[in-house]
Design a protein around this ligand. Sequence first.
Ligand code: IMP
Length: 205
Amino acid sequence: MLKKESSNETKFKLGGRFVFFATNNINKFNEARAILTKYNISVAMLRVKNSELQNDSLKEIAQTSALEIFKKYNLPILLEDSGLFIDVLNGFPGPYAAYVYKTIGNSGILTLMEKKTNRTATFKTAIVYCNSKNNFKCFEGEIIGEITNKKIIDPSISGFGFDPIFQPTGSPKVFAAMSIAEKNLFSHRARAMHSFAIWYKQHSK
Ligand code: IMP
């Protein structure tokens, strides 16, 4: 909630349960908001440019970026970093998924996976909440699934990134064919976000 400090002042003060999700990805934001609103946590999207560290650990990437953004804006920040780990490729692209997506994309992944029978892959997320220079906490989530044999190209389906080629175990659909509510029943992000929300409700006034 935004509260006015006094009737004459134009300054606003943050109160209640309010966090800023630092991301440029509207899909990630919509998925996160759908979960956080169930816990009565208000969330705003903070579009930021930060120097994303290259590191083998999603947690370290998220922690470094969250701290950098907190220092700049002095707001309670949520920052997440995700990676796709494909078993038969020894965990590639892992935390380098964004670069791989930009360069070879889903078609490139499908080419690397041609004739591979083991198609198991895991999506992982680290979410960091940071509300002071020395206070941050990390929440992780993952989902195991399979890389499909071909990209599903259907104009009616949504999703982003690797959604068209990732099918969680136990679901007949790829992520891209799911609504936000359906994807949130399975996804790495949703799992980490629920852990954050439960913790946050216990620790915020
Ligand atoms: P990021 O660095 O956390 O933004 O994500 C790494 C890469 O994985 C990016 O190319 C994202 O588009 C992709 N990605 C992250 N989360 C998801 C998801 O839930 N579904 C599909 N692709 C995702």
